[in-house]
Design a protein around this ligand. Structure first.
Ligand SMILES: Nc1ncnc2c1ncn2[C@@H]1O[C@H](COP(=O)(O)OP(=O)(O)OP(=O)(O)O)[C@@H](O)[C@H]1O
Length: 208
């Protein structure tokens, strides 16, 4: 089974406080890593550190260590989504979906189909700024339905989603790992779906 991510002895400090230290883990194809911890524990910092958005005090991160081709272009093969939905308030739902796809390098995406998939048909012409938080989240999440990246790193993907939205997202996660992908996610809520390879990591006041 191939390893998609291998991290060793990561350490991070913010404002003089150690968030985590000596943190090591690896992620195999088909695995889900659920990162837990209280508000301010350092979950987002860890995810942002993995993709190079926050500087670490120590440690090494190897993407796709057993696949040289993927490793060299790991950014192309890794999907990172931050905890904000990042939709453009003045663009319609449909325009947002199309724009996101374009920014991902896709020109031939069926934005209508994607809106239907995430349950937003009928709202396509409304400016995204007029949609609810959960509806905006659904727009942002359409990326997961065409992403070819094997590794997904998702900060609070369930935020603002209702029960059906959470179920829909977990179904998509299950497809992704069945296809040999892997997922790292943060969430304050327990998963209602139990993947076979579920790893849990709690960041707790600087201790693991
Ligand atoms: N840019 C920054 N500069 C200084 N400190 C920061 C910065 N961003 C975050 N922090 C601090 O780092 C700590 C960890 O923040 P982080 O956002 O990683 O927590 P979290 O576990 O994701 O929390 P939550 O569950 O509330 O989203 C917090 O104490 C926060 O105040």
């Amino acid at each position: 089974m191939s390893t998609l991510l291998d991290v060793k002895q990561l350490a991070s400090q913010r404002a003089g406080r150690t968030l985590f230290a000596d943190l090591s883990f690896s992620l195999q194809a088909g695995a889900v890593l659920h990162i837990e911890g209280e508000n301010g524990a350092g979950k987002s910092t860890l995810l942002r550190s993995l993709v190079g958005l926050v500087e670490l005090q120590a440690g090494t991160i190897q993407f796709f260590p057993s696949e040289h081709g993927l490793a060299q272009e790991w950014r192309q093969h890794t999907l990172f989504m931050g905890h904000k939905s990042a939709v453009k308030a003045e663009l319609t739902a449909l325009e947002n979906v199309a724009l996101q796809a374009q920014l991902s390098g896709l020109t031939q995406v069926d934005a209508w189909q994607l809106l239907e998939t995430v349950g937003l048909l009928g709202l396509e012409d409304l400016p995204a700024g007029q949609l609810s938080a959960g509806q905006q989240r659904r727009i942002a999440l359409t990326r997961l339905w065409y992403s070819q990246a094997p590794l997904w790193i998702l900060d609070e993907p369930f935020t603002a989603l209702d029960t059906r939205g959470i179920d829909l997202l977990q179904q998509r996660f299950a497809q992704h790992i069945e296809a040999g992908g892997a997922i790292i996610l943060t969430s304050h809520q327990a998963l209602t779906w139990q993947p076979e390879q579920l790893q849990r990591l709690r960041i707790q006041g600087g201790e693991l």
